[in-house]
Design a protein around this ligand. Sequence first.
Ligand code: ZN
Length: 117
Amino acid sequence: MKYCQGTNCHTYDTKDRKKGSKDNKRNETRKRTNFYYGGGNFCSLNCQTDWFNTHGDNAINYFGRVESPIVLVEANAWQQIYNRECRDNSYNLIEGVPQTIDYNIITKATRPTSEGN
Ligand SMILES: [Zn+2]
């Protein structure tokens, strides 16, 4: 079990956050075996956003703020994309035609996929 990392998780008023009885009533941060947001750290997008609003600047500064553009040039612009020519008019796969090709975002060139598939 782990706790949602949202800084305001306990302030969202839902039944599952309510704990204690009569003289000990409180709302608590959600605890689950698994969360679906923020790499399994947050119970909701709201909680993820709350965390970022609280800690985002510090985290970015700590791990390295982007201070100049990250550049895409021909050499690192290859992406594997779906090969539209791998199926016939009935949408059946054509034997021997690969399902993916490499596409260069900068030059718009294509080449056979380099890795597997
Ligand atoms: Zn939460």
